[in-house]
Ligand binder design. Structure first.
Ligand code: ADP
Ligand code: MG
Length: 246
């Protein structure tokens, strides 16, 4: 089936975001996102590129329901985020979304195995079963040797592999990765991206990667560009803003 004709899993419509004050005695803050439209279908991989400060992380947080936009609408499988309760959004994030950040997302006190088991425990799986499932994942990703290490005993690349395992352990529908290779050298970064895109493909997991690195973006099937809060689809060469150049 043509990708355009499939119903979107994630749909962002005319998203705007302005941080900060509503005070009338201060100048109005400039929007960080303006008129952003984005549709993602299940299993596709998307890179969001753009310079630092252009609004990429803000958009990722809105796509994942971590923060609410000041304008526009976000939908998950046809369901509006704004109409979900906080508890429903939290449940959506915990059961459907996996996250990989630049660094520092593993808990320093816990061995890698327990770090990976944690999202399952949060989802209500028993400790023993969570550890067993996590163990299976380490094996399938070829990371057995890292299970007992604490984050301080892992290299940057190893830590990111464990972070990928942690994101994947709940078998999410979508993985959101924010500069997942940003703290790594080029070679290690490509190895980590290779693992990330491989596991996403194997599991038909939708992948959204924020990056300013074109090599990282090349692992994704589609790339959009963010500039000063305006998203343009480089595959079509048009702005996604409502009413923008078509
Ligand atoms: P990127 O990820 O592309 O570097 P961000 O989305 O982090 O960009 O930030 C976009 C703009 O929004 C920046 O000017 C940043 O300073 C501002 N910003 C980000 N988060 C906040 C926040 N919580 N409060 C106020 N301003 C923010
Ligand atoms: Mg960012």
């Amino acid at each position: 089936m043509n990708i355009e004709s499939r119903s979107p899993q994630l749909l962002a419509s005319n998203i705007t975001m302005t941080y900060g004050t509503q005070r009338v005695d201060l100048p109005a803050a400039r929007p960080v996102l303006s008129g952003v439209n984005l549709r993602l279908v299940r299993g596709e991989s998307l890179a969001i590129m753009g310079p630092s400060g252009s609004g990429k992380s803000t958009l990722l947080h809105i796509l994942a329901g971590i923060s609410a936009p000041t304008g526009g609408e976000m939908m998950w499988n046809g369901l509006k985020y704004a109409q979900m309760s906080d508890a429903q959004r939290t449940k959506l994030r915990r059961s459907e979304f996996g996250f990989v950040f630049q660094s520092g997302q593993l808990l320093a006190q816990l061995p890698a195995l327990e770090n990976v088991a944690l999202p399952l425990m949060l989802a209500g799986v028993s400790v023993d079963q969570a550890k067993q499932q996590a163990q299976g994942l380490f094996a399938s990703l070829g990371l057995q040797g890292l299970m007992d290490r604490r984050p301080g005993e892992l290299s940057g690349g190893q830590a990111q592999r464990v972070a990928i395992a942690r994101a994947m352990v709940i078998n999410p529908s979508v993985i959101f990765a924010d500069e997942p290779t940003g703290a790594l050298d080029q070679h290690t970064g490509m190895e980590v991206m290779s693992l990330l895109s491989h596991v996403a493909q194997q599991n038909s997991t939708t992948l959204v990667v924020v990056t300013h690195d074109a090599h990282v973006a090349s692992f994704c099937s589609r790339t959009v560009q963010m500039h000063d809060g305006i998203l343009s689809d480089t595959s079509t060469g048009t702005s996604t803003a409502t009413g923008g150049a078509q």
